[in-house]
Design a protein around this ligand. Structure first.
Ligand SMILES: Nc1ncnc2c1ncn2[C@@H]1O[C@H](COP(=O)(O)OP(=O)(O)OP(=O)(O)O)[C@@H](O)[C@H]1O
Length: 443
């Protein structure tokens, strides 16, 4: 159902036109002057505005024309007096999509509205396809914080200085490091990531610097380390805050002198490497309190880039979700419902983009038709097999229970897990809802 905003100062016309459009299956808001129209536009977010150009308080066509840009986010159809063909053309020049002469012919009204809504639908589809296109650096999003980050990447990539990427887990720090590499003069060299937290401390040195044959039990032959592998390119020590102090000293020496020694070797080796590190920890505080070497911190940090949490860029959630859905759906055409999109945009996402990606990807795998609903997402996020939709429930009782579960999860998700509000939405008492949840295995 589309939502229309009808703006006219003639009460009889408002009433009749609204009734006719509602009969066509639209929901219609009305406003009798420019100020109220603007309020209704911001509050209701209609898909289309039908706008009389001559209205109080000014009652001049010029004032009407000046109002058109206020509604330009959606198609505007202007209503003009029959003789005012010239005004209608000026309205189109000012950004209106079409015009209708009064008295309005009902079938023509229906036709023009349908065409304008079709245009609106196509525009929305183009916008979501465009948002889902890959960007060169693989970093999606067009929120101000992400645009600033991309601009910083562009500016500091060419400088051969160390960079430290800070930000919570799952915000795309590795993507940022990779984008820095890809935009730097080292782009044709290797990009080598080392996950410092995942490698046992005693292995990290040989992992980074390599070792000579027989330098320790099991070292059957010489082995090159990741520093040598990154020669001519970028080394990315991720979770550098987890690096043991003994390794910090050794990597500091490498940063200062470009030389290092493999485990069991005396001869210093050199490598030409740019170091881009990352951590989700407050590493500056760690350096101040002494749990991370201060000299190493200052050497390592060079320039700092911050990768913002998803909660600070909610406008990126929809394009990211569309992107992940397109990736997950492969050749299938899968769409998110408006309700599902709104739910995604409201969540807190403590695991940031990684969590969003995981939820959308698993929901896409679970979805059966061509539509991804809020219930599919809620199931994917709860990760509880008991709440999984059954592919083909065998009995009526199971089908009903399945539907009840979906509705309850949807209501809980929409109310931020508030039992009373969810019960109210479902027309149940709070106790009734809790009993039902117990019966359905939801608590
Ligand atoms: N802006 C983005 N556009 C597209 N994908 C993104 C974006 N940010 C993160 N991702 C995806 O989210 C996942 C997590 O990203 P990444 O590993 O870079 O995060 P991280 O901050 O390095 O996490 P951690 O601190 O846990 O290592 C990856 O699959 C990555 O592709």
């Amino acid at each position: 159902m589309s939502k229309l905003l009808l703006v006219d100062d003639e009460p009889a016309f408002l009433r009749l036109a609204a009734a006719w459009l509602e009969k066509q299956g639209h929901s219609v808001e009305t406003a009798a002057d420019g100020a109220r129209a603007r309020e209704a536009f911001l509050r209701e977010r209609p898909d289309l505005v039908l706008l009389d150009l001559v209205m109080p308080p000014e009652r001049t066509p010029e004032a009407g024309l000046a109002r058109i840009p206020d509604f330009a986010a959606v198609p505007v159809v202007v209503l003009t007096a029959h003789a005012d063909h010239d005004l209608a053309l000026r309205a189109v020049a000012a950004g209106a999509w079409d015009f209708l002469a009064k008295p309005v012919e009902p079938d023509l009204l229906r036709f023009v509205v349908e065409l304008a809504l079709l245009k609106r639908g196509l525009e929305q589809e183009v916008a979501s396809l465009r948002a889902a296109q890959p960007t060169e650096d693989g970093i999606f999003g067009s929120s101000p914080v992400i645009l600033r980050l991309k601009e910083m990447i562009r500016r500091i990539a060419p400088a051969d200085l160390p960079v430290m990427v800070l930000g919570p887990s799952g915000t795309g720090k590795e993507l940022v490091a990779h984008a820095l590499h890809a935009a730097s003069p080292r782009r044709s060299g290797p990009f080598v990531a080392v996950h410092c937290g995942a490698i046992p401390a005693e292995l990290l040195e040989s992992e980074l610097f390599g070792h000579l044959k027989d330098s320790f039990t099991g070292a059957h032959q010489d082995r090159q380390g990741l520093v040598a592998a990154a020669h001519g390119g970028t080394l990315f020590p991720d979770e550098v805050g987890e690096m043991p102090p003994s390794m910090q000293v050794k990597l500091l020496r490498f940063l200062q002198e470009d030389t290092y020694s493999p485990v069991g070797g005396r001869q210093p080796l050199t490598a030409d490497v740019r170091v881009v590190s990352a951590t989700h920890r407050d590493i500056e505080a760690m350096a101040v309190e002494g749990s991370f070497r201060e000299d190493f911190y200052y050497r390592l940090k060079g320039l700092i880039l911050r990768s913002p949490p998803l909660a600070e860029r909610r406008e990126d959630i929809a394009p990211l979700a569309a992107r992940f859905l397109a990736d997950a759906a492969k050749r299938r055409r899968l769409h998110l419902t408006a309700e599902a999109l709104a739910w995604l945009a409201e969540q807190d996402w403590p695991g940031n983009v990684r969590e969003l990606k995981a939820v959308v990807t698993s929901a896409a795998a679970l979805a059966e038709g061509s539509v991804l609903t809020l219930a599919d997402l809620a199931f994917a996020r709860s990760g509880d097999p008991a709440t999984l939709p059954q592919a083909a429930p065998a009995t009526l009782a199971e089908t009903v229970a399945d539907l009840e579960r979906r509705l309850i999860i949807t209501a809980l998700a929409a109310t931020g897990n508030n039992h009373s509000a969810a019960a109210c939405r479902l027309g149940l008492s709070r106790v009734g809802l809790l009993k039902m949840m117990t019966r359905l295995g939801l608590r």
